[in-house]
Design a protein around this ligand. Sequence first.
Ligand code: SF4
Length: 433
Amino acid sequence: MKIGLITLGCPKNVVDSEVLKGQLTGKDVAFVSNPEQADAIIINTCAFILPAREEAVDTILEAVELKKNGKLREIFVTGCLPQIYINELKDEIPEVDRFFSEKDFQWIGRQIAASLNIQPGGNGLYRFHETPAHYAYLKISDGCDNRCHYCTIPLIKGKYRSRPSQQILAEAHQLVNQGVKELIIVAQDTTYYGWDIGDRGALKKLIQELAKIDHIRWIRILYAHPAHFDNDLIEVFQTQPKLCRYIDLPIQHISDKILSAMGRKVTERETRALIQRLRSKIPDIAIRTTIMVGYPGENDNDFNLLKEFVTEIEFDRLGIFKFIAEHGTPAENLPDQIDEALKEDRLQELAELQLTISYNKNQQLVGKTLPVIVDQKDQKVDNYLGRSQFDSPLIDNTIHIKGDVYEGEIYDVIINRTDAYDLWGEALSRTKK
Ligand code: SF4
């Protein structure tokens, strides 16, 4: 039985797909990357914003075409899209054999295996690793209690549920046995980990336990909500060398008026104080943030505040998004929606600003030596591509490495030249443990 598993959306979906693959892996199954070769296709969808939903529906329809014309026998759809639109999808796309919603997740593998008449594979914890062998996303919770007014995630995923730390640690050990050296902690809100069960120190304890695992070299935190970032976590950065000097801290805006309208539970003063604390206590930390432009009611004054803040803070990494009025969210029907062209202008203005900031920061690295993990061979030239501890895979800077290196190993690399988002350097030696 040849199965094609298509994953759309964020790293949290990558983890779910890896678990699902683990549940199905068995002697009767081969996974194929070309859908045209598949006997069955599973599509793990994202529904966060309209373009993601459109992509999900297009992907399902492409599979339906294959089923009509080719050898494809069955189509299964899981993830966020059926979680909110299962009835509509069943009516509109009857060619899909089964839609699974969130509550089915634990059992999807078994149910698909039964439907395909194959033996189910692993025990539900085993992950079939989809990312390069040396790094893996580690999902520590699901759902979100924040209810930011523009966001569909709480509607799709429900309330925050921390995973038991023992389960996460067991999974981390298993990933290490598969060759993982870098763990990337993900959740809708990683700094809220444990708060739903009354344990506010849970993230600190978890990182300390993960760091004890022998072959783990780097631990990285994504999606750290500023409202839940406490001093204990700063202390872990100061004392735990395996924790990358990198934090993904989505602030979304800086105008108090907009932050409050977004329901972000944090003010300009608190955001400034946190960034100041991070930079003074962990001087080499790289701060990544995401910002949303064009929220309803964002006037020139709000946008100028944001621009001045980006200029002043000089974030090390910056993602910029335009507000999209999502169905079912409180922001959907707010007055003073912003014209699309103005949103685009604001996005471009910030992107240009960040281009200069990023270029200048990278220039300061010329002549310096950084530990760099080798992600893959560059298919175009005789180089390898990697990242420093200040960069997450796929979203941050890439380092082009010359030299005799192996994928998945960490080397000291001297940086020779840079532009705004790429750096070039030469490997000197493999770093010690
Ligand atoms: S923190 Fe806000 S933006 Fe992020 S998933 Fe939760 S509700 Fe959505």
